[in-house]
Design a binder for this molecule. Structure first.
Ligand code: ZN
Length: 391
């Protein structure tokens, strides 16, 4: 799995292999006060490829249990490794019938596709057989993300596979448009349709996981984007069926940023909220300093969320490695001079509009993403732009 997940990086394999050893976990608990761990189970490879990963985890779960750390089996959500799943059509399509890329070698899968629903339930059923305390489904979003074009239009977003087309026609009475006009009933109807489909799958997963008496959560990404429009999720509904919410963002406390914008969301909720914050993004930053971790800890205490740390995805001097706990002291509260208040401005990535330009952007959206993910040179030269948009 390590080789497949990071094919182009230098990797400190030893540190990754040791990450579930008791000594490492003890250090994690002593320095960061770890109570819960999201452990790798399925990254969207085939069952055959993942057999070794299942066994790796199975052999080490006892280490977590001995330390009283709860485990949540990580299962990939609505995307799969294309090379390993070509026999069945699980996939989203854009308005021109094209597959939609999700990072390198992966394609987005459709929550309305019965074959994909069955696939995901099977992966979750496998995870439930292990002695884990919960199952976490990552990356639960519905198809392509929308990009605003000028003030009045949106690119095609979501999915236009045969299942979505048929269902939308049945429920709304017209085909899914290829380009959206913001002030239109069809646009609103499509947003509702997309949320209904994704939330139905989340509810079904919740029922499956809760039937085994285990905890359930999904990744809700960054709620600074309007979640119904951007991801196809409804936070209220997620809170009703999940045992916790988990947000992932680029708001590691710094001079300019903080997680204060989450407070209005977090305060009314009675369930735990975990927050994973990056500075630059996965694979683009070295291990956090003691000051970073102290700032996260202090902020989480003030705002009422539980900080969640990526264990393995640091790149120091171009080498991927697990967090080096031996270099850390126990976290403690500090008087932080890092940003205290950043208000939540609902925010959608946008490009210039106009009738002609909108069509051009819409048409090249998916091919441009494909190039970005699949071509190393394009990725290296355009990464700054990509991260400027997502951050
Ligand atoms: Zn679809």
């Amino acid at each position: 799995m390590i080789r497949l997940k990071y094919p182009t990086h230098k990797i400190d394999r030893r540190s990754l292999w040791q990450s579930y050893d008791q000594e490492q976990l003890q250090q994690a608990r002593d320095t960061l006060g770890i109570t819960d761990a999201w452990v790798s189970y399925s990254w969207g490879f085939s069952e055959q490829t993942e057999q070794a990963d299942y066994q790796f985890l199975r052999d080490r779960l006892v280490n977590f249990q001995r330390l009283g750390i709860k485990t949540h089996a990580y299962v990939q959500g609505t995307n799969l490794v294309w090379a390993e799943h070509q026999d069945t059509d699980y996939y989203c399509r854009d308005y021109r019938g094209r597959l939609i890329p999700y990072h390198r070698g992966r394609k987005l899968t459709c929550p309305n596709n019965p074959a994909f629903q069955a696939y995901l339930h099977r992966k979750v059923a496998l995870a439930l057989e292990e002695e884990v305390d919960g199952v976490f489904v990552d990356n639960m979003h519905f198809g392509l993300f929308p990009v605003m074009l000028g003030k009045g239009r949106f690119t095609f977003f979501g999915c236009q596979c045969a299942y979505c087309q048929e269902q939308f026609k049945r429920e709304v009475g017209s085909p899914i448009p290829g380009l959206f006009h913001r002030q239109s009933e069809l646009f609103e109807a499509y947003i509702d349709f997309r949320v209904r489909g994704l939330m139905a799958l989340v509810r079904a997963l919740a029922a499956q996981i809760h039937a085994s008496g285990k905890a359930f959560g999904t990744n809700s990404f960054d709620p600074r984007y309007e979640t119904r429009l951007f991801y196809g999720t409804d936070l209220q509904q997620l809170a009703q069926v999940q045992d916790y919410l988990l947000f992932e963002n680029h708001h590691l406390p710094s001079k300019k940023r903080s997680n204060a914008y989450l407070q209005p969301l977090v305060s009314p909720l009675t369930l735990p909220v975990f927050v994973v914050s990056y500075h630059k993004g996965i694979g683009r930053e070295k291990q956090y300093s003691q000051a970073d971790l102290n700032a996260v800890y202090s902020e989480s205490q003030a705002l009422g969320y539980a900080p969640c740390y990526k264990a393995s995805e640091y790149t120091t001097k171009h080498v991927w490695h697990n967090m080096r706990f031996e270099q850390l002291q126990p976290v403690h509260k500090v008087e932080s001079r890092r940003a205290q208040a950043v208000t939540l401005e609902s925010d959608i990535p946008r490009l210039p509009g106009g009738r002609w330009l909108s069509r051009v952007f819409n048409r090249f959206y998916v091919p441009a993403m494909e190039r970005y993910y699949e071509n190393k040179l394009v990725r290296r030269s355009m990464a700054w732009l990509f991260y400027r948009v997502v951050r």
